[in-house]
Ligand binder design. Sequence first.
Ligand SMILES: [Zn+2]
Length: 536
Amino acid sequence: MTAALIYLALMAFLPLLYSTAKSVSREKLGDRIFLKTVAKDYLRTFPTLGLVALPLVLFPSAAKAYLIVLHLVFAWMLFGDLWHVHLFGARAGINTWYSMFVTTRGEIAEYIRNNMTPGQWLLIGFVYLAPVAAIALGLPPLALGPARWPLAAGCALLAVPLVRNCFKKGARHKPAYMLNPFVSVFYHYFLYTRRYRVLLKQIAAHAAPPFAGIVSKLPPGTPQTYVICIGESANRQHHGYAGYARDTNEFTRALGDVIGFTGVRSQYAQTLPSLEKTITFATDAAPELLYKKGSIVDYFKDAGFKTFWLSNQYALGEEGDTAITAMAGHADESKCFNFSAMKGFESASSGLDGTLIPELEKRLADPAEKKVIFLHMIGSHSAYVNRYPASFKHFTDDPPGRAHLAAAAKELLNTYDDSIRYTDWVIAEFVKRLRARGSTDAEYLLYFSDHGEDCFDTTDDKILGHGPIANEPMTSVPLQIWVSDRLKALRPDLVRRMAQPKAAYRLEDLIHLAIDLASLDNPDFRPEKSLFGGAV
Ligand SMILES: [Zn+2]
């Protein structure tokens, strides 16, 4: 019995103990508040322990089977939690677990490749399975004797706050939190799949009501062309415009009128969870708006725009429908240009974002008076070296401040910066195509990345890439805007406000920025959620 209880206590308390020792928040919070928070976390774990130990005490004859199932189901989460503490000094939060469900197989494989050696995987496999053997062979039958009922009563008593919480009105998230890490992952998976099924059905059926009462602040009959470029895995810290020592933005800089913004952060470090919020009205606080309201594509359609969605991303469509492909499907024209990786033939000469330049040109020639063109780029997704043509190999010296890295790491970092620079060239070419029209259209181009990337930014020996866990390099994103002279002339207020961007901006509010730039308005638009301050 003692061994079984020690095992359960270890599972419950190990991530807590480790995070207490490694916590990064101690300095931020100060000793007193830190210790108070930690004490609360420990106290919260006891009800979980009581609940999990209860079946063990009630049915001692099934103890071995119970412990083995418990271990197989939950131990991987324990590892995940410990790994998270090891890397980031804090436990994996709900957002981290949530992100795991919405990631694609490709992203998981990439994360594993970047972060672990085969030896580490073997070791983890051994550590994962060894307790199963130990329980099966080594655990003697539980003999509780007369202690059984008092023990059961003790466990049940411990579990009371937890069970009570489950039935408390308006506190549905709490039981999951309190059970963390034992059950919260599955609880959230259940919520997620239920929500996702509804979502895909709703989007496919165009179930969300149309956006009502959209008005334009531009004079009636003004031709309008807007281009929204969604980048991939670009970390703002690697952008020259944001202070990086390498000139990775030489092409947009040379244009002279592309404005770069600092202070923009994504909340997630994966494409799907990030974009689900970015291109809809959904936020962390109101996730249901993902399917209860239309997306940015629907908004522009309801405002009378012809909509185009041109994608150079293969990962999203590859694994069946996602919210993003479903939303893109609402566009008047939705087309994907990158099939190389799907067939396993990815190489440096296929699937480049430059493919989108002539495609954009074609859509710009479309006679529709009002149009919006979404360009979903592959950006700096690994493998970085495949994201730019050989002629764009540029950085070969030591990366700034990283002269101490191993040669292979330096080379990888150089390819990452090359991919950022190539993206900058592509963006500059898009802008040039818009400029070349010399038209009287109100036009803007908005570029941002779905999330960042950690390419030797926080550790010297590994690329953390991007994934369920998110740190600063993975959430710092570039955002650049170009506005046509015609739009500037029509909206002097916008030009003034663009000079006063917010110091910190969450990507989940981006839909309001896109609407603000497009001079549109309706009750769904919240001017205070735009990137720019000042009166609207
Ligand atoms: Zn992404």
